[in-house]
Design a protein around this ligand. Structure first.
Ligand code: AMP
Ligand code: ZN
Length: 114
């Protein structure tokens, strides 16, 4: 059994609020939402972080961004805007070491981030 919480969500071993799924990508609601809409998109394959991405992942990345566009429209974030975040490493605030894209919206976002 994987020790990676997101691999366990992919495997159906941990319940999650899945809102999108296809052969390569899963999207689900963040368990601790930081905005009215807070979704996580992950590749189903275990990629630890942005640092392990390679040119061979270009198709996967283009697909993930297409899914982000689709979900942003479904959640009606496309008109007002939204934020997409990839935290990497300790100082980047990464707590789950399986690549994930945060999709946050439904409130005004501050800059710089905390
Ligand atoms: P990060 O800090 O960028 O690694 O983000 C990890 C995110 O995963 C956090 O926003 C957590 O709230 C979220 N998270 C952790 N465990 C779960 C879970 N079982 N289901 C949904 N979201 C989770
Ligand atoms: Zn994983």
């Amino acid at each position: 059994m994987s020790e990676c919480v997101f691999c366990r969500i992919v495997a159906g071993e941990i319940p999650s609020d899945i809102i999108y799924e296809d052969d390569t990508v899963l999207a689900f609601k963040d368990i601790n939402p930081q905005a009215p809409v807070h979704l996580l998109l992950i590749p189903k394959d275990h990629i630890p972080s942005l640092l392990e991405l390679t040119e061979a992942d270009r198709g996967l990345l283009a697909h993930i961004f297409a899914v982000i566009q689709q979900l942003a429209r479904e959640y009606e974030l496309d008109k007002k805007g939204f934020r997409t975040v990839i935290n990497t490493g300790d100082e980047g605030g990464q707590t789950v070491h399986h690549l994930h894209f945060h999709l946050l919206g439904g409130r005004f976002m501050q800059w710089p981030p905390g």
